[in-house]
Design a protein around this ligand. Structure first.
Ligand SMILES: [Zn+2]
Length: 198
């Protein structure tokens, strides 16, 4: 609801300011990141792209670009300069143009996600469009982001706690250790999460 309300404000007449979306990307991302963090109760330290993907929402900036360009194509308006994106050929008919535009923006979103997300989150969510459980809880969101109750993370943000897992293996208590290797949680661990499996 929060995203829908704020997103609607941004999308209003966005064809007029689509060309400024790139220049204002940081401020748009700051707001969108906070929305994604609120929606999934993610820690404030979770970056924008992992937060938006875990929250299951598209990038607001790219959404503005999509809505704006779609309108330009439909009305035959020129596309303003200033967009640093590879865009489809405008000679395409409207339906094919919109489909190709959508693909371009999803590729861009995925590219940014790969550049700006942790290896752990990318392992858990390999593509921005993967379907996630609708009833994702606080704990699953922590597990996917790797930020939260894990000792390694708490140590990294300055909490007075050792990063080492109390299981005795000497490994840091990270999300990957808890889910894949820690003997404390061996019982009931799904085969898909066992480290020895491909
Ligand atoms: Zn352990």
């Amino acid at each position: 609801m929060l995203k829908a309300t704020i997103g609607a404000i941004y999308r209003y007449a966005c064809s007029v300011f689509t060309h400024r979306a790139e220049a204002n990307r940081k401020s748009i991302e700051r707001i969108d990141r906070r929305i994604a963090q609120c929606c999934r109760r993610l820690y404030r330290t979770v970056g924008y792209y992992p937060a938006s993907v875990i929250s299951g929402s598209t990038s607001l900036e790219l959404d503005i670009v999509y809505q704006g360009l779609k309108m330009c194509q439909r009305k035959g308006w020129p596309i303003m300069k200033g967009l640093k994106l590879s865009l489809p050929d405008r000679a395409l008919d409207s339906k094919n143009y919109v489909g190709a535009l959508k693909k371009c923006l999803i590729l861009e979103w995925h590219h940014r996600y790969e550049l700006r997300s942790s290896q752990w989150t990318r392992r858990m969510i390999s593509h921005v469009q993967i379907s996630l459980p609708e009833d994702m809880c606080f704990f699953l969101a922590q597990a996917l982001s790797g930020h939260g109750c894990f000792r390694q993370y708490r140590h990294r943000i300055g909490k007075p706690v050792s990063p080492t897992c109390p299981c005795g293996t000497g490994e840091d208590e990270s999300a990957s250790h808890i889910f894949e290797n820690c003997p404390r949680f061996k019982e009931g661990r799904p085969c898909a999460l066992k480290a020895e499996d491909p």
